[in-house]
Design a protein around this ligand. Structure first.
Ligand SMILES: *[C@@H]1O[C@H](CO)[C@@H](O)[C@H](O)[C@H]1NC(C)=O
Ligand SMILES: *[C@@H]1O[C@H](CO)[C@@H](O)[C@H](O)[C@H]1NC(C)=O
Ligand SMILES: *[C@@H]1O[C@H](CO)[C@@H](O)[C@H](O)[C@H]1NC(C)=O
Ligand SMILES: [Zn+2]
Length: 432
């Protein structure tokens, strides 16, 4: 699959020319200059309550957890603030004698540094498609079209609908066309725009599948017996926006009341929609939307999966960051009927994953392992009859957070591929 990446080279030259012409050389218009990321862990319920309030009042960008409503005693909270807001937060923390750590002192500097090292690496390897870097939506779409043309014995590319802004919602179907009624696995990446490790994992997995089909017996078995649907970017509008305008955008880009934009595409599914663990306020980052499946992206994907529900045996959704492998329920603490099978699949996958780099993942029901949330895709998939439904929260646990450097793409994607293959082999065995 090595080929000259002419389009990328042209885009690269154009960008440099453009930067030179317009005279500004800061990413995202320098909007993150002096922005900080704090880590604060409330020691008791009183601190937790105070933090919730202050986060809400200061309108900070919460990296972890995704909403202030999830904060309780001992919750690790990573908060991104503007330079100005950081002063107010610091004053408050000192007054209340709450302990904090500054994880990032100037977010803009980190973004620029990562972009420079990327540009340098790009110069060296421009002739080969680079799977160890983040790609823009346009680059990912070109890559998909290319595979559809050159790998048609194992790849078929199609669209399940259109996004709010009118972009096609592309999916790759991987698998040998040897038998008619095949079981299937669905994998989506990029439900949340800023979690860039997701889309790059989807690309990595596709490459691994295609490259090892001939020499790895388990991959050959997987692709012979199963179809794997891979959707590299579910929230295409949000992902694009995170490249052009706001690196830390999470939601879709639909316009709603109060002049706020976007719905949390992982709170918008038709399962206990709008209940606990989702916000009904359009400006919040966990806004569930005006009604279930209000987002065209969610509606398109759920329609496709619903039609294929008899074949699809596993639904996987790739997120970051936390290092967890989660399964239903998200919306309640009850255990699922086939808990035994699912929990053992998760435990095996996490164990296999650790063999690569020794990195540990927690695993368990999303509700008790992470937090309660309603309208999530894994609960919806599970309730639709898909017996294995998982959400991965990839690396790391907050050192880089959403800004996972490109040097960690390879280890992160390698171990995650092992986990996904492990789950695929599991569903070929009898355990329901
Ligand atoms: C951040 O704010 C401080 C205090 O107001 C100021 O001295 C500093 O220059 C600001 N940093 C940036 C990068 O804007
Ligand atoms: C970073 O630099 C590259 C050029 O190497 C450019 O293509 C890309 O759009 C830049 N921005 C981001 C957000 O990565
Ligand atoms: C993928 O290739 C097939 C032909 O092999 C074509 O019919 C189909 O339209 C292509 N998909 C897309 C999205 O272009
Ligand atoms: Zn996410």
């Amino acid at each position: 699959m090595d080929y000259t990446w002419t389009a990328a080279r042209l885009a690269f030259l154009y960008l440099h020319f453009h930067t030179w012409l317009s005279g500004h050389c800061h990413l995202y218009n320098n909007r993150y200059a002096g922005d900080k990321v704090f880590r604060i862990v409330p020691k008791n319920d009183i601190e937790a309550k105070e933090l919730k309030n202050i986060y809400h009042n200061l309108q900070v960008d919460l990296w972890q957890p995704s909403s202030h409503s999830y904060i309780g005693k001992d919750t690790v909270t990573d908060v991104h603030t503007s330079n100005k807001t950081s002063q107010a937060l610091l004053t408050y923390l000192r007054q209340s004698n709450i302990q904090y750590k500054i994880l990032v002192n100037d977010l803009q500097k980190i973004l620029e540094k990562q972009n420079v090292s990327r540009t340098q690496r790009n110069r060296r390897s421009l002739s080969k498609y680079n799977y160890e870097e983040y790609h823009s939506l346009g680059e990912i779409e070109n890559w998909m079209h290319h595979l559809n043309k050159t790998q048609s014995h194992l790849v078929y590319m199609f669209s399940v609908g259109k996004s709010y802004e009118g972009r096609p919602l592309y999916v790759l179907k991987l698998g040998a066309n040897n038998i008619v009624k095949k079981k299937a696995i669905w994998i989506d990446c990029g439900i949340h725009a800023r979690e860039w490790i997701g889309p790059v994992f989807c690309q990595w997995f596709v490459r691994e599948a295609l490259n090892t089909y001939n020499r790895d017996s388990s991959m050959r078995k997987i692709l012979n017996l199963l179809n794997i649907y891979v959707m590299p970017v579910l929230n295409v509008d949000g992902y694009h926006f995170s490249w052009t305008t706001d690196r830390f955008w999470r939601k879709t880009r639909s316009k709603n009341r109060f002049n706020c934009y976007g719905v949390d595409a992982n709170r918008n599914w038709k399962v206990k929609w709008g209940e606990e663990g989702a916000s009904s306020h359009p400006c919040d980052s966990t806004y569930c939307g005006p009604y279930a499946e209000s987002e065209p992206e969610v509606q398109a994907v759920s329609r496709f999966i619903y039609k294929q529900r008899k074949h699809i045996k596993a639904y996987l959704s790739i997120h970051s960051y936390a290092q967890m492998l989660l399964y239903p329920y998200s919306y309640q603490y009850d255990t699922i009927p086939n808990y035994h099978c699912v929990a053992s699949a998760a435990s095996n996958a996490v164990h296999a994953m650790r063999s690569a780099y020794g990195v540990r993942y927690q695993h368990g029901p999303a509700s008790s392992t992470l937090y309660l949330s309603s309208g999530s895709s894994i609960d919806w998939a599970y309730n639709t009859g898909i017996p294995y439904s998982f959400a991965f929260e990839l690396r790391d646990t907050g050192y880089y957070g959403f800004l996972l450097p490109e040097s960690l793409i390879k280890p992160t994607c390698t171990e995650t591929t092992i986990a996904v293959k492990n789950i695929a082999m599991h569903i070929l065995k009898k355990c329901r």
